[in-house]
Design a protein around this ligand. Structure first.
Ligand SMILES: O=C(O)CCC(=O)c1ccccc1C(=O)O
Ligand SMILES: [Mg+2]
Length: 330
């Protein structure tokens, strides 16, 4: 298995409550399996996955890609690369798209996406949201928790003013304590916020459970990556779970999580860690393979100044991505 490093820069840093994301580095792997060849992508994001160096070591230790999958559980980004490449080979060998290979039923033809808006002034945040709505996005996700709560309230109110009908989401990336989060939920319900993502620290599952039922959905992202679905379900902590295949060990592993979430009555949204084009395409296939597809966080290609494929195999048009139908991933 050949391992090839890459480095991608963002058009501008994405400002989040956990610090800015400025660049994405990772590895492409080239796998032969089932008489086919396919590419896999590992784009680790420390804090969410293993480090770049741990990822490199795990990939360089792979002798047989298929059997290696059983031993890569604590290297989710490395596992993602191998898993998506093996799945891509199998899909291609069956003459199916990855979405068709993953799912039981025919995949969705397109996946709606949310625009992702970083921290900025109220006026800039509202302008970015309005631009997204004008471009056809059905939903916008605003990063919050970087500054004061009062500033976030102004920002989200400005967005709601500028975009009265959009599905509005906010992502706090663990910024708040329980008291602050409860205050936010109270005023955010009046702005018809569809969900608030990860207001509290990843470990505070009971705190998230207590925020539910107050008119704003609670979505868990860091908690799912750190503690797994069983813990989230046992604590009754989420209305929605955010599935990032790069943190969950690949699209097949992420699909298992999605199915179990749906069985428990929890919604799923597929997104990326701002991955390159290969992993983004795999995530689009995963979303399309699920029985219901709300707007997903798959418009992240626009955040990259450089990418792994040109043209983009999964471009956003009118707020949605057309799902590739040819055999394999992209
Ligand atoms: O979900 C989206 O709209 C984009 C992806 C995103 O916000 C993100 C990107 C990299 C790392 C963490 C996150 C996050 O959802 O917290
Ligand atoms: Mg998030």
């Amino acid at each position: 298995m050949r391992v090839e490093p890459f480095s991608l820069s963002l058009t501008r840093p994405l400002s989040t409550a956990n610090g800015p994301i400025e660049a994405r580095e990772g590895f492409l792997v080239h796998v032969e399996h089932a008489g086919e060849t396919a590419v896999g992508e590992a784009t680790p994001l420390p804090g969410w996955t293993e480090s770049l160096e741990e990822c490199r070591a795990a990939l360089e230790a792979v002798a047989d890609p298929v059997s290696a999958l059983d031993e890569m559980g604590d290297h989710p980004a490395a596992r993602h690369a191998v898993e998506m490449a093996v799945a891509g080979c199998e899909a291609r060998s069956n003459g199916e798209s990855l979405a068709a290979w993953l799912g039981e039923d025919a995949p969705a033809a397109s996946v709606p996406v949310n625009a992702t808006v970083g921290d900025d002034t109220p006026a800039q945040t509202a302008a970015a949201a309005r631009e997204a709505v004008e471009a056809g996005f059905p939903a916008v996700k605003i990063k919050v928790g970087v500054g004061e709560q009062s500033r976030d309230r102004e920002r989200l109110a400005a967005v709601r003013d500028a975009c009265p009908a959009v599905e509005l989401r906010a992502d706090a990336n663990e910024a708040w304590d329980r008291e602050t989060a409860a205050d936010v939920v109270e005023w955010a319900a009046d702005l018809d916020l569809a969900y608030l993502e990860q207001p509290l620290s990843a470990a505070d599952l009971s705190g998230h459970a207590a925020l539910r039922g107050a008119g704003v959905g609670i979505a868990l992202d860091e908690s799912l990556a750190a503690h797994g679905l069983d813990a989230v379900l046992a604590a009754d902590a989420a209305d929605t779970v955010v599935l990032k295949p790069m943190t969950l060990g690949g699209p097949v592993a992420a699909r298992t999580v999605a199915r179990r979430a749906h069985e428990a009555g929890v919604d799923t949204v597929v997104t990326t860690t701002i991955d390159g084009a290969y992993a983004r395409a795999a995530a689009v296939h995963l979303a399309a393979s699920l029985p219901s597809v709300p707007a997903c966080g798959l418009g992240t290609g626009a955040l990259l100044a450089t990418d792994l494929l040109d043209p983009d195999p999964v471009p956003v048009a009118e707020g949605a991505v057309a799902v590739p139908t040819h055999p394999g991933v992209c």
